[in-house]
Design a protein around this ligand. Structure first.
Ligand code: UN1
Length: 506
């Protein structure tokens, strides 16, 4: 394993503060109770003041007031705000990426990619602002028109996770804004500075185009703030990204007040590798999908289901590629695997590996802690051959562990693939088009790919998954419909009053 210990860095605190201020936010506080550290070496970046339930109440009522103004602004004019945000994100791409690296530990290229994802979704939303199409349907009655129209929904509450601290916010916010909705955002406690930077940029965009300032609010704090958001009847839609455990709480609570919910929960993503697969391409795709972002994407590849005839060779080649991966300081050029987010994440990885070995799994490579400075948790990505899809394989462990299973028969591969509770992303590697099509028709995931990995989706498609992943769809395609209210309109332009279904009344 080619590793390199990151250098201890007292200047990371200054870097965070400067990047934040370049985005137009005030310098971060250092006297609050929300302690922000970097996973790079554990350095304290800030001590922020968490918000209270009263702050939430004030923010939601300001957002609700802003809604009454914003919903009356024509959608293409709302698009101007998002276009300005896109420009500011482009100008501050490096600043935001720096904060993402500092708070989430992503390597620079992936951090920049995440900001690019924000810019892309803004551009998409601007186009959408002229395309919030409804349909017209033929009315069964003469002199009548039947149509549907889409209207702003209300305040959208966004709860986001540490691993995509800004992109997931932007998917929700860019779309919500063009749909006519204000946003109240509770970011992960781990990544509040990136959230404050986004808030500053959006407020500046709003000022530049004359949109209400109260369209956007960030609420920092722990689960209690999230819970208050979930229970607030003024929040029309709660869009929450995080664990299945969190979704089990959020879903029923929002449903109990008949609010709308959009859940983006765990993934336990699998890829099938068929005998005809192009192995050079497969190895590259697998290594990025399984080891990239240190295994901390919801789309990370966690299960590889390989035909017995190619399994030994593929495992050998992945292991060889893993041995060339540099683990270390995500700011360093050449490093491809940054730190795990916390000691807890490391503990979860360690335990999962232990359980896999008890189940008869054989660790081919990786899974060791790699030296890093201060309080940090660097690991080498693990590759584990499993005799069966045991319980630990069916769970999502948010760390770089790739379990390898073998199959003999294609139906068996599909059955194994679908036999997990989660349903986010999936792939097949094959050059047999029949197999590819059968896989696309059979994968029970929201995302199913051919000859590319499970992670790194473009924003133009709808993003989300089935089963325990929660069923929500965000970002592209027609995901915007979740952020709007549909009305069916029947207009009578005749001077008769025929009743539908031929009913006579009087
Ligand atoms: C997530 O991990 O929460 O497809 C989102 C991807 C990214 C988004 C991941 N575009 O990997």
């Amino acid at each position: 394993m080619n590793t390199r210990a990151p250098h201890p860095s007292a200047h990371l605190t200054d870097r965070a503060s400067q990047a934040l201020q370049r985005c137009g936010a005030p310098p971060p506080a250092h006297d609050g109770s929300l302690v922000v550290t970097t996973p790079i070496d554990g350095t304290e970046l800030a001590r922020l003041h968490p918000h209270t339930a009263t702050d939430l109440d004030i923010a939601v009522s300001a957002a609700a007031d802003a809604f009454t103004v914003w919903r009356a602004v024509p959608a293409p004019a709302r698009g101007r705000l998002v276009r300005r945000l896109s420009e500011l994100l482009t100008q501050h791409k490096a600043d935001l990426a720096e904060l993402v690296t500092l708070e989430a530990g992503k390597i620079t290229s992936e951090a920049l990619g995440e900001v690019q994802e924000m810019i892309d979704v803004c551009d998409f939303a601007v186009g959408l602002s002229r395309q919030l199409y409804g349909r017209t349907m033929p009315s069964e009655r003469a002199g009548h028109r039947l149509m549907e129209t889409w209207h702003p929904l209300g305040v959208v509450g966004v709860i986001s996770a540490f691993n995509f601290p800004v992109a997931v916010w932007s998917w929700n916010t860019a779309i919500a804004l063009v749909c006519g909705n204000p946003v109240v955002w509770k970011p992960s406690e781990t990544t509040p500075l990136t959230a404050l930077a986004c808030d500053a940029l959006l407020r500046r965009a709003a000022a530049d185009v004359g949109a209400p300032d109260a369209l956007h609010h960030v609420l920092l704090g722990d689960a209690a703030v999230g819970e208050a958001l979930v229970d607030d009847p003024r929040i029309a839609l709660v869009s929450a990204t995080g664990s299945v455990r969190m979704g089990r709480i959020v879903g029923p609570r929002v449903a109990a007040r008949f609010g709308r919910v959009l859940l983006e929960l765990g993934g336990n993503n699998g890829a099938i590798v068929a005998p005809s697969a192009d192995l050079d391409l497969t190895v590259r795709a697998v290594v990025f999908a399984a080891a990239g972002t240190a295994g901390q994407r919801c789309t990370t590849l966690r299960r590889l289901i390989v035909h017995r005839s190619v399994a030994d060779e593929l495992v050998r080649r992945i292991a060889a590629a893993y041995s060339g991966l540099r683990v270390g300081d995500p700011f360093d050029e050449g490093v491809l695997v940054g730190p795990l987010i916390s000691g807890r994440a490391h503990e979860a990885m360690r335990k999962a590996l232990e359980r896999a070995e008890l189940d008869g799994g054989v660790r081919v490579t990786g899974g060791e802690r790699v030296d890093g400075p201060g309080e940090s948790f660097y690991v080498s990505p693990a590759l584990v051959r499993m005799p069966a899809q045991t319980e630990v394989v069916r769970e999502e462990t948010f760390a770089p562990i790739l379990y390898v299973l073998t199959y003999d028969d294609f139906d068996e591969a599909i059955a194994l693939h679908n036999a997990v509770p989660q349903g986010l992303a999936s792939s097949i590697f094959t050059t047999d088009s029949r197999e590819a099509e059968r896989f696309l028709a059979s994968s029970d995931c929201g995302i199913a790919n051919v000859n590319i990995g499970t992670s790194g989706a473009e924003i133009g498609g709808a993003f989300g998954g089935e089963k325990e992943t929660g069923g929500g769809r965000e970002s592209g395609s027609d995901s915007w419909k979740a952020y709007m209210r549909r009305a069916t309109n029947t207009i009578n332009y005749s001077d008769e009053l025929p009743l539908a279904q031929g009913v006579e009344f009087g």
